[in-house]
Design a protein around this ligand. Structure first.
Ligand code: ADP
Ligand code: AMP
Length: 216
């Protein structure tokens, strides 16, 4: 059983690294942003509720993300562990997660803090492109697809997320600073936090991350 939490500002590379590490460790990546975007696309009740918050760069209400996480980690494929990518993002969510895990007698192994200056992530987000079909993530310069506009993995169309536009990026940072950053102290106090220099190239971060995460 291995439970990892990825914590860090938008664009720090959590999703990119979570996908790779999840493949390597054969445990699922649970990306709340991906789950919510899927709900929006499907036009579900949850999706309709979440959409305006996401497009404004705000956090979706805690009760929604907490319930989605509770359901997701209760699924069969999480019995050997999982990577939480983008949850918790508030103190209320962190408290809820503690309760969920305690109920299952599970505990957090590591909280990996993706450390990177704000200026660096703005450039990453402005040039991020995501696959409409499978959610794979690219960067126009640092991680370009083989064929422009098409996903290497599934051939799906690449698009720019609505919340990766400049004005929304700003409010996502404000939200991060106010609501999510306090969690760094919480987890470092609990001795669970490990810092990772997320400003390095993708492969380099990947090697360091594997050394931290893939321990018995
Ligand atoms: P997050 O999930 O933390 O929001 P992503 O993994 O989606 O971040 O990465 C944001 C953007 O930066 C994407 O376009 C991705 O391809 C790119 N990226 C991720 N890691 C790096 C890195 N180490 N160096 C340069 N670009 C990166
Ligand atoms: P991400 O794909 O991680 O960048 O998340 C995109 C958006 O989804 C965020 O800006 C929020 O609106 C929403 N979201 C993702 N995770 C959470 C969470 N844990 N709590 C609240 N909102 C979230």
């Amino acid at each position: 059983m291995k439970i990892l939490i990825f914590l860090g500002p938008p664009g720090s590379g959590k999703g990119t690294q979570a996908k790779r590490l999840a493949d390597k460790m054969k445990i699922p990546q649970i990306a709340l942003g991906d789950i919510l975007r899927e709900e929006v696309r499907a036009g579900s009740e949850i999706g309709n509720k979440a959409k305006s918050f996401m497009n404004a760069g705000k956090l979706v209400p805690d009760e929604v993300t907490i319930e989605l996480t509770r359901l997701r980690i209760g699924r069969e494929d999480c019995r050997r562990g999982f990577i939480l990518d983008g949850f918790p993002r508030s103190v209320v969510q962190a408290d809820a997660l503690d309760k969920m895990l305690a109920g299952k007698k599970w505990k957090i192994d590591r909280v990996i803090y993706f450390q990177i200056p704000e200026e660096a992530v703005v450039a990453r987000l402005a040039e991020r492109r995501s696959c409409k079909k499978c959610g794979a993530v690219y960067h126009l310069r640092h991680n370009p697809p083989k064929v422009a506009g098409k996903c290497d993995a599934c051939g799906g169309e690449l698009y720019q997320r609505d919340d990766d536009k400049e004005n929304v990026i700003r409010s996502r940072f404000e939200v991060y600073a106010k609501q999510t950053r306090p969690l760094i102290e919480r987890y470092s106090g609990a001795g669970e936090l490990v810092e990772l220099d997320a400003s390095k190239p993708i492969d380099e971060v990947n090697v360091k991350l594997a050394a931290i995460a893939v321990v018995p």
